[in-house]
Design a protein around this ligand. Structure first.
Ligand code: PEP
Length: 248
């Protein structure tokens, strides 16, 4: 039985003062939620998360990680640095990084490898654009993105990652994949992982992301292969984030 996992992706939002209010609100409302919970925050706020979330049921992490361990890589942040602040998760391959920073599937796979080797849980994002969906290419696109990761991770390493299906056309747009559309892709992704390792596939948490909100979370999270959510906009309001966690 896979545990449900709900991760907030704050993107480039927040301030020390606003974060304190948001984190306090989430902590206060979490109760004994059944789902595992985390927030992936801008790197400068990892220390704040460590200070304000240690001892709570909420884990934290980053929105990216370098494929390199250390050295002359200006602006990059290594897995070891993230672990210095007790980070658990590192999102890799978010569509905003793939499109605005030209990150290839091969680079995303190297980032996942660096993360898992260091002891982080990479949250590997895959997803198709609207144009790709309309051209009937969804399976090919997410398949290529996943295959890059399957090529470089061993079965043992695969068992330590989280996958997130995030249709690009649904991110921040208010458009959500129907539960059936999302389930279809999640099942396809799990089957593709199973070809490499059945046990890793059976245990892998595959999250849905793309305009998930309190009103649609329950139906999405009821699908057999949807193991949680990666939440953008709705993770910035404690009440909305808590409602999604409660639905999981
Ligand atoms: C995301 O950025 O990962 C995301 C799913 O955003 P939103 O929930 O705002 O669509």
């Amino acid at each position: 039985m896979r545990r449900k996992l709900v991760i907030g992706n704050w993107k480039m939002n927040g301030s020390r003062a606003a974060n304190t209010i948001l984190l306090a609100g989430i902590k206060a409302g979490l109760g004994d939620a059944r789902a595992d919970t985390a927030v992936c925050v801008p790197a400068p706020y990892l220390a704040q998360c460590q200070a304000e979330l240690t001892g709570s049921a909420i884990a934290w992490g980053s929105q990216d990680v370098s494929a390199h361990a250390s050295g002359a890589y200006t602006g990059e942040i290594s897995a070891a640095m993230l672990l210095d602040f007790a980070s658990k998760f590192a999102i890799v391959g978010h569509s905003e990084r793939r499109s605005y920073h030209q990150e290839s599937s091969a680079l995303v796979a190297q980032k996942a490898l660096a993360g898992v080797n260091a002891g982080l849980v990479p949250v590997v994002c895959v997803g198709e654009t609207l144009q790709e969906r309309e051209a009937g290419k969804t399976a090919d696109v997410v398949g290529e993105q996943l295959d890059a990761v399957l090529e470089v991770l061993s079965a043992e390493q695969l068992a330590k990652i989280v996958l997130a299906y995030e249709p690009v056309w649904a991110i921040g747009t208010g458009k959500t994949a129907t539960p059936e559309m999302a389930q279809e892709v999640h099942a396809l992704l799990r089957a593709r992982v199973a070809k490499k390792d059945a046990a890793a596939a059976a245990g892998m948490q595959i999250l849905y992301g793309g305009s998930m909100k309190p009103e649609n979370a329950k139906e999405l999270l009821a699908q057999p292969d949807i193991d949680g959510g990666l939440i953008g906009g709705a993770a910035l309001k404690a009440a909305d984030f808590l409602a999604i966690i409660a639905a999981a």
